[in-house]
Design a protein around this ligand. Structure first.
Ligand code: AMP
Length: 184
């Protein structure tokens, strides 16, 4: 199995465990609810294992994940990779000096912050979030990580909403999602 196909066997199981919630958090958005996947230990393990299998050859030293849903698997993924974990938090939550990036969501505008001293120059960073939609969140994380002098070795997600084109926003950066949706 190639690295990019890592975890392919688990995809039908994971897809079946993701539930569509129409018109949440607002009309016209189909929310991909991962809570049934998280509830089922076999699916939870399969998701972490598949994300780790893709990420491991990229030799990350740190996993950076976005508040809040990126935190759910981000810590487990960092542990599986024997990497450290750095939380990217909503403004005003981190206690020490921060760097901030604003970004657009599929359904709003927000900002994320990292502790300014969280990443050493040249550190190998894997970015994780539960889902990539327009790519705005991940793009902001890439800019924060690179702005601190660290290297983004890849970005991984449980879900990609491919019809929103988030992958293009990441340019040359290597990314992988376990479950892809080509239409809403
Ligand atoms: P984006 O910045 O557009 O790539 O949006 C990704 C972020 O928004 C992730 O943190 C997701 O948790 C959340 N998100 C955006 N669209 C959806 C959706 N349709 N279902 C679930 N989460 C979403």
């Amino acid at each position: 199995m190639s690295q990019d196909r890592a975890g392919a066997a688990a995809v039908p199981q994971l897809r079946a465990a993701i539930r569509d919630i129409p018109d949440f958090p607002r009309e016209g958005i189909v929310f991909k609810d991962l809570t049934p996947l998280l509830l089922d230990h076999a699916s939870l393990t399969a998701a972490v294992d598949a994300l780790a299998a893709w990420s491991r050859p990229r030799e990350p030293e740190i996993v950076v994940a976005a508040e809040a849903r990126g935190f759910i698997l981000g810590g487990a993924l960092a542990n599986a990779l024997h990497a450290g974990f750095v939380p990217a938090r909503k403004p005003g939550k981190l206690p020490a000096r921060v760097v901030t990036a604003d970004y657009e969501l599929e359904y709003g505008i927000d900002a994320l912050e990292l502790h300014a001293d969280a990443l050493a120059g040249g550190a190998r960073v894997l970015i994780h979030d539960d889902l990539i939609a327009t790519g705005g969140t991940t793009r902001a994380l890439v800019e924060l990580v690179q702005g601190l002098g660290a290297i983004v070795v890849g970005c991984c997600f449980v879900v990609e909403l491919a019809f929103l084109g988030g992958r293009r926003r990441l340019g040359e950066i290597d990314m992988h999602a376990l479950v892809e949706y080509t239409a809403q």
